[in-house]
Design a protein around this ligand. Sequence first.
Ligand code: PDD
Length: 277
Amino acid sequence: MSLIYLNGDYVPHEQAKISVFDRGFLFADGIYEVLPVYHGQPFMLAEHMQRLHNSLHAVGITPPHSPAEWEVILRHLLSAEQLDNAILYIQVTRGAEFPRNHLPSPNMQPTVMAYLVPFTPPTGEPAPVKVELLEDIRWLRCDIKSVSLLGNILLKLQSTASGAQEPILHRAGRVTEGASCNYFIVKDNELITPPADELILAGLTRQHVLNLARSAHIKVREQAFSTADLFAADECFMTSATREIIPVGQVGNEVIADGHCGPVTQQLIKLFRASRS
Ligand code: PDD
């Protein structure tokens, strides 16, 4: 049975209940965070806390906890669940009020929830996946880690229906990100990923991969690239907290290079795994 942190209490998941007038339920008016835990240690905790804070600030929700308080909650859940490797999910909504009103009252009490799920960090050679190139139909503040994910979900469903694992999104031919991941390409031994502007979520796996690449003297460019660049890439991979680094072998019906996991991707997977062990 999973334990849920809910508004200051720890409750079994069947008993974790919130109001139907919660603005998270009515308007998807909330923020979330997803943080991996390896061997009992939260990975990039400070960075995840900063991103949570930034997203809350961007939508005007007062952070309910300091990073130190979040760490106490995380450690309590880890020891209660006796988990070594886990994914922490955090959600903070603006709170509940009756009746439904688009305009929230000032000083609402946020609804705060967190829980862990067991996580098996990837091992072995990851199989290259197929992704589907789709138009990015989402809003223009994708830098905010909002629970308003309907665009992402529709795009994910559309890509899955065509046999792909994930969409690779573009706006007017400029690649942005996936429904729940960032993308990189490799061209002539240079690693290229779209800049962390308002069109993508600044993934922390993305950040870590960039740091690892720079330390390994791999040339790195945070710069927009086109769908033509994608199809002409030597390598392509996706990153996210739950999947780490996954090579992309195919975009729609087009195979990227020879469709295998390329040498730069292999090197980064190795470095990534060494850094979290
Ligand atoms: N998603 N872009 C989007 C739209 C995402 O939803 C995610 C992560 C990322 C990668 O960010 P990070 O490397 O920090 O996980 C990029 C999480 C895993 C999710 O929604 O479950």
